[in-house]
Every structure is written in C-alpha cells, then in structure tokens.
Design a protein around this ligand. Structure first.
Ligand SMILES: N[C@@H](CCC[C@H](N)C(=O)O)C(=O)O
Length: 281
C-alpha cells in the first residue's frame, strides 16, 4: 500500500502530515507510523500527524503518533504545522485565518500569521498532580519545586500539563545536562504513571530562557512547543520568569505568553513545509 504525505518542521521538530479528512481513524497504525519516523529505514520524523474531520463545532481533529508509536494528547509544534498543512489543503493564504482543532487535550486554536508564523491558543495549563498525572505531590495539590531523585541526584522539579505531561527542572547550565542518559530516567520514573516529557531550563533573564528537552516517546528533539509553554508556566509559578518570555531551543526561539486575563497560554513560532512524497508499506 502507498500513502501520500507532506513533511513539515517547526524549529526542527519534524512531522509527517497525512490528509485524513475522509476517515475518522488514522490511515496508518501506530506500528506503521513508527516505521515512517525511522530516520534510516523510513522518511524520518519525530511524529506522524493526521488531519481528520472536526468533531462538534471544530474545523478539524488532530491525532498524532510519537516516533515510538505512542499517542500523545497534544503537540505544540505539530499543531502549527497542521495549521499550515490545512491551509495548503484548503488553498488559502489568508493571514489571520483561525482554526478550531479538536485534540485529545481539548480544543486548540491556531491562527495563521505573516512570515510562516502561527500563533496558537494552547488553553489553560493544568497544575494539580492528578491532572499531570504524577504522584510527586498529593492528587489535589500542585507539584512545584519538589525534590525528585533521578540518577543518584536530587532535582527540584515542577510539573505542568499542557494536555500532555511535563516535568521542568531549572539548572545553572543547560548545556551541561547529560540529556541522553537522564532523559529516559525522568521519562520512565515511577512518579509519572503516563511517563513524562522532561525540560531543563536555564534562566538568562526573566523574559529569556534556554531550554533542552527529552520528549516522551521521541527522545531528544530540537524543540517542543508544549514543553516551552509548560516551562514558562513553571517559571512564573516559581518566580523566575515573566509571563511573556522568549524560549530559546536548539532549533530556534518560541514566543510564549501566559495571559493574566484569560489564563490561556499563547505560543508563536514558525511552521514550514519541507517536501512531499508517498510512503510504501
Ligand atoms: N513535540 C511536541 C510534543 C509531542 C508529544 C510528546 N512527545 C508527548 O508524548 O507528550 C510539542 O511540540 O509539543
């Protein structure tokens, strides 16, 4: 069988986009998606994203499989890519065009900006331990700057859900973090029953932070949109960051704003088409 795809990237976080507008289930299985993501034997990507028909009042539904085949609730860089992909499918170049997208984390709203930028209303962060989910704090409490033992060291970590789970640790020097070895230990730590994405943050200024990420189901990536949002929320909660903050990632910068008015987090960054083709499976 052959399937048509378009490859997109948002700050080097790369995705295979599939036009799935004529069916309510993803056109490929998680196993096939993982093979498509393989950088040697497949197309190569951090995940596969499906543009499905909307549910309720929404325009479209986004489903995504990580490169290991697991299904996350949300993807920040991915939804910017999805918005550009949909605009191509609809053949619209309308700056300011906004979509309502159904995701497993609720309804998200991306807006097409100029210069290939997309701003997404990422909704309200969830902070209770039961919502992350984590057992680092009691179910009805927040997990803010709490000690977590990983790899023989105590890390003071804050947990935030942007629909998907994030564990954020502020460090002096983000470049010195041995991400490859400790990332999997955070991801699979018993206090995270649904595993977790893990961000290490160096605060350069309250309005400018550097971030490196180990993603659940994908490992080290060049950027993570939900992770950048969660990190600014964690920075505000711990008195380290302003509500408007630039997050410098290995793949480039994201602008994050946690609105004091509606409590929503807004993310602005690029999304670009790279190439298209067909995959045989
Ligand atoms: N790269 C994404 C997050 C993708 C999902 C994540 N790996 C998870 O399992 O939660 C982003 O830009 O947010």
């Amino acid at each position: 069988m052959k399937i048509a795809f378009t490859k997109y990237q948002g700050l080097g976080n790369d995705f295979i986009l599939i036009d799935n507008r004529h069916g309510d289930e993803p056109l490929v299985t998680p196993e096939v998606a993982a093979r498509m993501c393989d950088r040697h034997f497949g197309i190569g990507a951090d995940g596969v994203i499906f543009a499905l028909p909307g549910k309720g009042d929404t325009d479209y539904t986004m489903r995504i499989f990580n490169s290991d085949g697991s299904e996350p609730e949300m993807c920040g860089n991915g939804i910017r890519c999805l918005a550009r992909f949909i605009a191509e499918l609809e053949d619209t170049r309308e700056i300011g065009k906004t979509y309502q997208i159904h995701t497993l984390a609720g309804i998200m709203s991306p807006r097409l900006d100029k210069d290939e930028q997309v701003t997404v209303d990422m909704g309200v962060p969830r902070l209770l331990a039961s919502e992350i989910p984590t057992t680092l704090a009691n179910a009805d409490e927040k997990a803010i700057d709490l000690p977590l033992d990983v790899s023989g060291k105590t890390w003071y970590s804050t947990c935030v859900s942007m629909g998907n789970p994030h564990c954020i640790t502020f460090v002096e020097d983000v470049a010195a973090i041995p991400l490859e070895s400790i990332g999997p230990e955070f991801e699979n730590h018993p206090v995270f029953p649904a595993r977790t994405n893990t961000e290490f943050i160096e605060v350069v200024r309250p309005d400018y932070i550097k971030m490196r990420v180990w993603e659940r189901g994908a490992g080290i990536t060049l950027a993570c949109g939900t992770g950048a949002c969660a990190s600014v929320v964690a920075g505000v909660l711990t008195g380290r960051c302003d509500r408007s903050c630039t997050v410098e990632l290995p793949g480039g910068p994201l602008q994050i704003h946690w609105s004091p008015d509606d409590g929503h987090v807004y993310m602005t960054g690029p999304a670009k088409e790279v190439f298209f083709g067909s995959y045989q499976f």
